[in-house]
Design a protein. Sequence first.
Length: 64
Amino acid sequence: MLAWAALACWRWSREPYLLDDAFISFRYARNLVEGHGLVYNPGERVEGYTNLLWTLFAAGFLRM
């Protein structure tokens, strides 16, 4: 288990953009649930998510 945690920490330190991508997807999901549509900022129509299915999946959980 300790080896798995060490490997995960090493991988996350090598690819920090994954955290940014998740934040972006969650923000799109939140705005979708709040009724603004699939937008990063309400009023701006820009597609900036990289994984539509994950964003919709997250929106479903936020809706619950």
